[in-house]
Design a protein around this ligand. Structure first.
Ligand SMILES: [Cu+2]
Length: 465
């Protein structure tokens, strides 16, 4: 240890008691190694989709799931064994801005064979995910993400904890990821990149196991680049426990399909009835058709059940919205895309007409500005109340994500007491969102239909002290 570190510790009172060793006073922060590397998946696809039995080459990591504990500091050493530079973003987790993982805004990308140590102390328990935030439209399509669960300090009781990570992938005729079509401007101007096979937990139509009579905590995440997932579960009692990692004050009964924008999450409670033995399909509903994405194999009941009303998850220490006029109130006009009316926008400090924008691969704009501008959308101080009216002035749905914060929204699509870090907006929607400005730093605000972000739908807010 260096002399100045000793002085610092001494100043913090950590060396104040003679005879007590440092080791006893400063608990070591656990360090995880997360190796980003190529991976191969066997997807045996039948019925017209390509399959020659060869594994599909993706990008992934040495872990299937990252599991952290609420309030426990952790160091995650990311080792980049991929052929491209990258970063990782801890989606929905309130981290120090320098740990937020946004390439070009909060950090330089990690080069191939490079390492970067992310330090975080998750304040909120819940269902989150980590994903690449560098050339995201490509790296996410290659699979560079993993689900992240922050366990409650006091465990929540359910008979089973089941992840459902939904994704779609585009395979070419050779059965491998179609990478030639990455960056297709036609798709960027429309609904983004859609895959031609759907997976759950990176498996094609997996069989999930449960027992009759169980109460299952389902954690659903949409990890697709652009596809809105419409999840149809068996017709059993379902409650919503949490949205985007933030618990509801009371579990809310839910019926019908569950709609998730890219990056949205739900924690659900599902009661399998005592007579639920058998094989049950889980579907994605696409237009008029239903696509089976997984199957739930339910064993005979283990024991007679005694069931009580579902209890809420413990509240997270999220600051409540103060009941006063906002300190900042602004509008975000979302424009552009196919069939839109975008004629010009500012890009990198210059006003460009639509042809020039397309040459720069920009086709969407926030308040007349395409791409990440030098100036933020807003400057605020920690603790200030911010209201932004999002106006989807385009012909397309969008999934708006704010980094480092959760917000509440006045949207017909959602109950008003939900917290979001990502919000699905239909075309024409006007949705005021409100949040308390968090910690100092540069926090991104963008569409999580990630081709839309790449093609202009991105801005940032600056929190200054
Ligand atoms: Cu969008």
């Amino acid at each position: 240890m260096k002399r100045r570190d000793l002085i610092k510790l001494s100043a913090m009172g950590l060396l104040a008691v003679p005879g007590i060793s440092l080791a006893a006073r400063v608990p070591a922060v656990p360090r995880l190694q997360l190796e980003l590397r190529p991976e191969q998946r066997h997807w045996f696809v039948s019925g017209g989709a390509p399959s020659d039995g060869a594994p599909v080459a993706l990008w992934g990591s040495n872990l299937d799931l990252l599991r952290l504990r609420q309030h426990q500091p952790v160091e995650i050493e990311v080792i980049n064994n991929l052929p491209d530079e990258t970063t990782l973003h801890w989606h929905g987790i309130r981290v120090d801005n320098a740990m937020d993982g946004v390439s070009g805004l909060t950090q330089a990308p990690i080069p191939p064979r490079g390492r970067f140590v992310y330090r975080l102390t998750p304040p909120d328990a819940g269902t989150f995910w980590a994903h690449a935030h560098h050339r995201t439209y490509e790296q996410l399509a290659r699979g560079l993400y993993l689900p992240l669960i922050v366990d409650e300090a006091e465990p929540y009781t359910a008979d089973r904890d089941q992840l459902l990570v939904l994704d779609d992938w585009r395979l070419g005729k050779d059965g491998q990821l179609d990478t030639d079509s990455l960056g297709d401007m036609h798709e960027w101007a429309h609904g983004g990149r859609m895959g031609n096979i759907l997976t759950v937990n990176r498996q094609h139509r997996p069989q999930l196991k449960a027992r009759a009579g169980e109460r299952v905590r389902l954690r659903v995440l949409n990890a697709a680049n652009a596809r809105i997932m419409v999840l149809q579960l068996p017709d059993w009692p379902i409650w919503i426990l949490a949205k985007d990692g933030q618990p509801l004050s009371a579990p809310r009964e839910h019926a019908g399909p569950l709609v998730l924008s890219p990056a949205e999450r739900y924690d659900l409670l599902l009661d399998i009835p005592p007579n639920g033995e058998g094989s049950h399909s889980i579907y994605h509903l696409a237009n008029e058709s239903q696509i089976e994405i997984a199957r739930l194999l339910v064993d005979a009941q283990a024991a007679p059940l005694v069931r009580s009303a579902p209890v809420p998850l413990a509240a997270n220490p999220l600051p409540a919205l103060p009941a006063r006029a906002p300190d900042h109130r602004l509008q975000l006009d979302m424009t552009g895309g196919a069939m839109g009316s975008l004629r010009q926008a500012v890009y990198r400090g210059q006003m460009l007409n639509i042809d020039e924008l397309v040459q720069q691969r920009q086709i969407w704009a926030f308040n007349g500005s395409a791409g990440l501008a030098e100036q933020p959308l807003l400057r605020a101080r920690p603790g200030e109340l911010v209201e932004i009216e999002l106006h989807n002035n385009t012909r397309w749905p969008h999934g708006m994500h704010l980094h480092g914060h959760h917000f509440q929204a006045e949207s017909a699509r959602y109950p008003s007491d939900l917290w979001h870090d990502t919000l699905l907006m239909a075309r024409g929607d006007r949705v005021p969102i409100r949040f308390v400005a968090g910690t100092q730093g540069r926090w991104l605000l963008h569409c999580h239909m990630i081709e839309h972000q790449a093609a202009g739908m991105v801005s940032w807010i600056d929190i200054v002290v």
